[in-house]
Design a protein around this ligand. Structure first.
Ligand SMILES: Nc1ncnc2c1ncn2[C@@H]1O[C@H](COP(=O)(O)OP(=O)(O)O)[C@@H](O)[C@H]1O
Ligand SMILES: [Mg+2]
Length: 261
């Protein structure tokens, strides 16, 4: 059965999509069967794996509104070695309609149950809000991976996020835990980044990944080629960081050997 990880932070631009795409690619490179689910109306994860969000017959929206089975919407990406459930601006409609459905928080969980046996890892790329879609992700997930930019306001938003995770664990999904906090776009020459990083380690000593994702232009360039960084510049510091992150995830969840191939 798949281990389901929501990549979430209500702040925009902290590296959620970059992390979801590149962790998916790195896990796939170790021969894990991976599904990436795009839950954001911006469709950045979709475009970032080379799928045209403007030319989609079926999207995550249709799955959430029970208008298409997950298996019909998921596309396998042969050149990348993993699958995507794509999304585009239609997600906004799903978000609104799910508010009026009694079981609206369970739509994603119910849909993924039908395909979970086909994957080792399912990564959920969440929108930048604690919205109905993010709640759907937290109800469906086993863990939440929180990308963080180590800047002044980072910790402030983290409290609200952790509160939401704890509330959903209490009320709906007792399995849900914080998978880990990931420091992204890190610049070691910046004193503030180092201060915030130290505070994170102090408040969440067991939850901060050892891997730090550096600021790396290759990570920012890769999506415009429709590629994970591993397919764009495998020797870059960004590619190495996301392989190391995959190693941490695998060690935690399947005692994982990093058999690259
Ligand atoms: N480690 C990094 N180094 C350089 N640029 C990055 C890095 N991580 C993300 N970016 C860039 O920062 C922007 C925001 O990242 P993104 O993953 O889209 O954030 P989010 O999904 O949280 O909104 C994007 O343009 C992305 O390419
Ligand atoms: Mg994003």
């Amino acid at each position: 059965m798949a281990h389901i990880i929501a990549v979430a932070n209500q702040k925009g631009g902290v590296g959620k999509t970059t992390t979801a795409i590149n962790l998916a690619a790195s896990l796939a490179a170790t021969r894990r069967r991976v599904l990436l689910v795009d839950l954001d109306a911006q469709g950045n994860a979709t475009m970032g794996v080379g799928v045209d969000k403007y030319a989609l017959a079926r999207t995550t929206r249709d799955v959430l509104l029970e208008q298409a089975p997950a298996a019909e919407v998921i596309q396998f990406l042969p050149q990348l070695g993993f699958s995507i459930m794509p999304a585009n601006a239609d997600m906004t409609e799903a978000e609104i309609k799910l508010r009026d459905v009694a079981a609206g928080d369970f739509a994603l969980k119910t849909a993924l149950e039908q395909v979970a046996a086909n994957y080792d890892y399912i990564l959920l790329d969440c929108p930048p809000a604690l919205s109905k879609l993010t709640v759907n992700a937290f109800v469906a997930a086993d863990g939440v991976l929180i990308p963080m930019q180590c800047e002044y306001y980072a910790l402030e938003g983290l409290t609200a996020l952790v509160d939401t995770i704890e509330k959903i664990r209490r009320v709906i999904n007792p399995r849900l835990e914080i998978e880990g906090l990931l420091r992204t776009m890190f610049d070691p020459r910046n004193n503030l980044s180092n201060d915030v990083s130290a505070q994170l380690l102090q408040h969440f000593p067991d939850k901060v990944y050892r891997t730090i994702v550096p600021r790396n232009v290759r990570l920012a360039e890769a999506p415009s080629h429709g590629l994970p960084v591993l397919g764009y510049d495998a020797a870059s510091s960004g590619a190495r960081a996301y392989l190391a992150l995959a190693g941490e995830v695998l060690r935690r969840h399947d005692g994982g050997q990093m058999a690259l191939g």
